[in-house]
Design a protein around this ligand. Structure first.
Ligand code: EPZ
Length: 420
């Protein structure tokens, strides 16, 4: 496994291009199950999770090949409807194949994803939604077995706003008989992008970009090409890194509209931000101010930035609170950050940071994707060097991150390690 050795004390300065959205592409790839044909998905990030999703598609008879950032998908030979445990345990997003497999084959066998680093992540809404569309669901030996001669349109209300369940229901409903009305649907840009991709394939979806989606089922769809949307979480991660090192960066290939809530928070903490088309420019001259951060569903502050904001608040003099309302136990990074000398207390799902302490480099253990990048950010503002172990977590969601940081003047070395 690899580790990162991060040298502290550098101000980030420079310009980088942000990769395509991991979570956007992880929704688009399963959608190609819905129509037989050949697809080219460009601006695809070359990441471990995309390789895993491609492996899953290939295990079902499709042909998926990622060349740099172009993904070629051929679903003409797709003939299986099982997502095996070995692949699902590597990536929970594998559950996204449930809806499209049911829609295409009338059958699906998908391993239950199980928990993740920060606790249970239920899929009850996915299953309840499929049953509402007429599927018969049984759980046996850790597998979801779903059967439906023909999915029938229905009304379905999400008790909790769920990105994955909304995506699954959209992909199941587009080929169902009749009309489906989804209420309290997720608004995340990755879901809007999925809905637009389905419409491009010939689906009939009204209300895109709102929490009410009305889908008129059609009898067939066509294979089309697509360009993945920019990764808003990667973009925000670099903006936060620049702010906490009092740097000055330019980010290209971003969609600033996907980052409104985060840009406003960064300005509250003292960043000067300019937006021009698909470019964001951030400069942090003054000492950043401690600013509270509470996650919520889009267009609120993303839970996928909670860990990074905690690291940022360590660089500010004073008290701040970071609250995660989406995943109340997504705080595995806190004890690791405390090893650097950070003064952070946890009260339920609230991290209370007493920032401005002097931080000295240490060896830290990653346990999940966004937590691991927060450890790297904290290393940038710690004295000496910080080793971040198990960065395979990080490689799941950040393409060529050490090259991008190098372009911004940070020194992060990837070192192969035998053991951990
Ligand atoms: C997506 O996960 C993202 N993953 C996550 O990003 C992100 O953190 C999450 O949305 C929230 O924004 C992908 O897009 C591949 P949810 P998902 O269903 O779909 C509860 C990353 O770092 N819930 O929107 O699994 C759930 O417990 C990853 O890139 C149910 O109760 O998240 C949570 O509290 C991590 N029942 C809330 O909904 C269900 O059936 C939101 O979860 C499903 C979800």
């Amino acid at each position: 496994m690899d580790k990162f050795v991060v040298s502290g004390g550098k101000r980030l300065k420079g310009s980088i291009s942000v990769s395509g959205s991991k979570n956007g592409v992880l929704a688009i790839i399963p959608a190609t199950i819905l129509a037989t044909g050949v697809y080219h998905i460009t601006n695809t990030p070359n990441l471990r999770d995309v390789w895993t999703m491609s492996q899953l598609m290939n295990s079902m008879g499709a042909f998926c090949e990622l060349n740099e950032n172009s993904l070629f998908i051929d679903t003409r030979e797709l003939n299986k409807f099982e997502a095996p445990y070995e692949l699902v345990k590597k990536m929970r997003a594998s559950i996204y194949v449930l809806g499209p497999l049911l829609a295409r084959f009338g059958e699906a066998k998908v391993s239950l994803p199980g928990g993740c680093a920060w606790g249970p992540r239920p899929v009850d809404l996915h299953l309840k939604g499929m049953e509402k569309l007429g599927a018969e669901i049984t759980i046996e030996n850790g597998f979801i077995n779903a059967k439906a001669k023909k999915l029938k349109g229905a009304r379905f209300h999400f008790d909790v706003s769920s990105v994955g369940a909304t995506g699954n229901m959209l992909m199941a409903a587009v080929l169902a008989e009749g009309t489906t009305l989804l209420t309290n649907a997720a608004l995340e840009p990755e879901i809007t992008a999925l809905a637009r991709f389905l419409v491009k394939m010939g689906a009939k979806i009204e209300g895109i970009g709102t929490t009410e989606l009305e889908i008129q089922g059609v009898t067939s769809l066509n294979a089309v090409d697509e360009v993945a949307i920019p990764d808003r979480i990667e973009a925000a991660t670099f903006l936060i890194a620049a702010a906490m090192t009092k740097g000055e960066i330019e980010l290209k290939n971003v969609n600033p509209y996907h980052l409104s809530s985060v840009l406003a928070k960064l300005e509250d903490s003292g960043s000067e931000i300019d937006v021009n088309g698909d470019t964001i420019y951030l400069k942090q001259d003054e000492d950043p101010k401690p600013i509270d951060f509470t996650t919520s569903v889009y267009p609120g502050l993303p839970t996928d930035l909670q860990a990074q904001w905690v690291a940022y608040m360590m660089a500010t003099k004073g008290m701040s609170k970071v609250t995660d309302t989406i995943y109340t136990d997504r705080f595995k990074h806190i004890p690791e950050l405390q090893r650097l000398g950070a003064d952070i207390k946890m009260v339920d799902n609230v991290a209370i940071i007493n920032g401005g302490k002097s931080l000295s480099g240490a060896t830290l253990m990653s346990s999940d994707l966004r937590g691991s990048v927060a450890l790297v950010l904290a290393g940038l503002i710690s004295e000496g060097s910080t080793e971040v172990l198990r960065i395979y977590h990080l490689d799941r969601g950040y393409e060529k991150i050490e090259d991008k940081f190098a372009k911004l003047g940070a020194t992060i070395k990837r070192v192969k390690t035998e053991l951990i």
